[in-house]
Design a protein around this ligand. Structure first.
Ligand code: ARG
Length: 460
């Protein structure tokens, strides 16, 4: 739209745009979020145009003055966003005409909305990635604090949700440090392409003006200009990378949430959630439901959906710009908002639960959880092969089950009936703390290892 309230293409396209299409296809209420990036990039763009003698000094200053005024109006909420302006770029250009007059017409020299929108979007995404990485740093710190206090908290480790081998709670929760460190890495890996400057690609073929892309690259904080103008305006790989990295991170949070939902259940009772992260029932007065965790588990669906939306939009799309691509911002903003909210809520969860150590230990003592240790004992003490030791241990488990005994109830005499070579020192094998501490292989659950890893993560 120009100042006469007609679109800039009004001279060419005389008919009125379909009212419903005009309304529905406008992205201004979504991309107004890019106003700061748009104004900043426009200022650098006109500075470059002036340096290259494409526009004069006076016009450049006038445009910058006008743009800053617009920025102030938007910040002070004295700016009206109108869907008829289509998007934030056209809205700001129109406003510039209102403020500085016809000289505003020079701002769009040697650029297109196709490269303009990508500059704004990439700058926004760089900053958002940095924010997410910082938030994950906080999450990792919270986890390390919990781990430090729970090195000696023994719990049952599960496979198939059945008691498998005893572990330290610290070791369990430190698994998530590895995951969130990988999430940070995945986000950081995307910087390579995010830091390539699209400005100067024009509509898709470059520009005949003698522009300086290295200048805008430097001033806008990019690392280098993109290499092919057609690819530049067609490319949304950096969007997919972000959506994938976000989906994986949200998935990690959802796995944690699911485990805590199970452990908080009346069947497990391994942890208790504080009142600040539970909600009640409208009919059952006794209930304390883990809604926050369910929210975290559920939200990941939205991230996956958005990743698949974008993949589908791009499938078979011919090169260069198409309106289809405009969806990218809604998808990215929504994914970012959901993920950053989820991380914040997750950080709250980490500060608001108690570990029921007694119940953990009791559950860890069930289900012949030290059976692997017994099999290992036969290998080490009696030089049996692991498979032979495994079968022998299975026999002992069967014997216990039949006679309704735990390992610790067995006398040496009983054990010797099954395996005559067994020695008295077998007793220590049934101790679950001993079992945890015996896993001294690098990355295992022994107490010393855990302490070492906490130190390592702290210094990372
Ligand atoms: N709002 C548009 C988008 O986000 C900007 C690019 C428009 N370009 C065009 N040729 N219509 O995709």
């Amino acid at each position: 739209m120009n100042k006469k309230n007609k679109p800039v293409w009004g001279t060419r396209i005389k008919g009125k745009t379909s009212a419903i299409f005009e309304k529905i296809s406008s992205s201004i209420y979504i991309d107004k979020r890019l106003f700061k990036e748009d104004i900043h990039a426009s200022i650098i763009h006109v500075e470059m145009l002036n340096r290259q003698k494409i526009i004069n000094f006076k016009v450049k200053n006038k445009i910058i003055w006008g743009l800053k005024k617009i920025q102030n109006q938007i910040i002070k909420k004295k700016y009206e966003f109108d869907y008829k302006d289509e998007d934030i770029h056209m809205s700001i250009e129109k406003k510039l005409f209102e403020i500085i007059g016809e000289d505003a017409g020079f701002i769009h020299t040697a650029r297109s909305r196709n490269d303009q929108v990508l500059v704004d979007f990439k700058i926004w995404m760089i900053n958002s990635n940095l924010r997410l990485i910082k938030m994950l740093d906080q999450t990792i710190k919270n986890i390390l604090r919990i781990a430090e206090k729970n090195i000696y908290t023994v719990m049952p480790g599960f496979t198939h949700l059945k008691n498998a081998q005893p572990i330290s709670f610290a070791h369990y929760i430190l698994a998530y440090v590895e995951m969130f460190e990988r999430d940070k890495k995945r986000l950081k890996r995307n910087f390579d392409s995010l830091y390539e400057n699209p400005l100067g690609s024009g509509a898709f073929s470059g520009t005949s003006f003698n522009i300086d892309r290295n200048f805008t690259t430097k001033k806008l904080g990019f690392k280098k200009p993109t290499g092919n103008s057609i690819d530049t305006v067609s490319d949304r790989d950096f969007v997919l990378d972000f959506l994938y990295a976000s989906s994986v991170c949200a998935m990690h949070i959802s796995r944690f949430a699911e485990e805590f939902i199970i452990w908080n259940s009346d069947a497990f009772k391994l942890i208790t959630l504080n009142d600040s992260i539970v909600t009640g029932s409208s009919i059952m007065p006794q209930k304390k439901n883990p809604d926050t965790l369910e929210y975290l588990r559920g939200k990941v669906g939205n991230s996956y959906g958005n990743l698949f939306s974008m993949l589908t939009i791009l499938k078979g799309l011919p090169l260069s710009y198409f309106k289809d691509l405009q969806e990218d911002k809604k998808i990215v903003f929504e994914t970012y908002d959901n993920l950053s909210n989820s991380i914040k809520i997750f950080n709250d969860v980490l500060k608001n639960f108690t570990i029921n150590k007694k119940e953990m230990l009791e559950l860890a003592d069930k289900g012949y959880i030290t059976a692997t240790d017994l099999a290992d004992y036969f290998v080490k003490e009696l030089n049996y092969s692991f498979r032979k030791s495994y079968q022998l241990t299975a026999k002992i488990v069967n014997y216990c089950e039949k006679n309704k005994k735990f390992f610790s109830d067995l006398s040496i005499q009983e054990l010797k009936k099954i395996e005559p070579n067994i020695k008295d020192n077998v007793i220590k094998v049934f101790d679950i703390r001993n079992s945890v501490n015996s896993k001294k292989s690098y990355g295992g659950t022994s107490f010393e290892n855990i302490k070492k890893m906490i130190r390592k993560y702290r210094n990372a």
